[in-house]
Write a protein that binds this ligand. Structure first.
Ligand code: HQG
Length: 185
């Protein structure tokens, strides 16, 4: 990674931190839907010694591989599209998911997951991927990856709510063990 790429990665992590988990680290306040005013965010970041301007911010939003951040229509506010630990209302509507979704985790979590099902832990939702490759990448963040197949269509029939984040991640409240299956390619 060159210096510019490292700077972009660090800033992207900073944005995830303040827009998903800890806005107070730079004195930022998010509204109830998770939005921060862009000018305010930049000013507070600068005050905390973080070099950020509007051009750089927009570059990160547009070029982020996972499209983690969304900008409002007026281009005045920014929020994270998913991944929050703080309580925000993202306003997504309940949507019928594909028949199968995937959850990438680490092998070490399998016994616990098979005991209690998938729980959202520190986040606002359990995160599910639409394909196995993405799920493997998510799981790798935690250790040796393992992918559960989630019977999402069946869950939806059984009245579990599903939401699709603006960046293509499926979200739900929890996944009981009976909807988890071994993944077969
Ligand atoms: C595990 C990234 C034991 C769960 C990704 C996961 C995603 C359990 C971990 C997004 C469990 C939580 C979210 C149980 C769940 N017993 N372990 N009963 N239930 N777990 O990071 O899904 O790069 O909060 O399997 O791409 O890994 O940040 O959730 O391993 O979309 O944009 O508890 O974060 O996106 O870990 O990742 P996380 P996640 P970003």
């Amino acid at each position: 990674m060159n210096e510019r790429e490292q700077q972009i990665t660090n800033l992207s992590k900073f944005l995830s931190l303040v827009l998903r988990h800890k806005p107070a680290t730079v004195d930022l306040v998010l509204d109830q839907n998770g939005w921060a005013a862009i000018d305010d965010l930049i000013e507070k970041a600068n005050r905390a010694g973080i070099a950020l301007d509007k051009e750089l911010l927009m570059y990160i939003v547009d070029n982020n591989a996972k499209k983690r951040f969304a900008i409002n229509a007026e281009r005045t506010s920014i929020r994270a599209s998913q991944g929050h630990s703080i309580d925000v209302d993202l306003g997504y509507t309940n949507l019928q998911p594909p028949e199968l979704l995937y959850h990438g985790t680490a092998e070490k979590f399998i016994p616990s997951i098979l005991a209690t099902g998938l729980e959202k832990r520190t986040r606002q939702h359990v995160h599910l991927s639409k394909d196995i490759e993405t799920a493997i990448k998510v799981g790798q963040r935690h250790g040796k990856p393992y992918v559960f197949t989630v019977l999402a269509g069946q869950m939806y029939t059984d009245k579990y709510a599903f939401f699709l984040s603006e960046n293509g991640v499926w979200l739900t409240e929890k996944v009981p063990v009976r909807y988890l299956k071994e993944t077969r390619n």
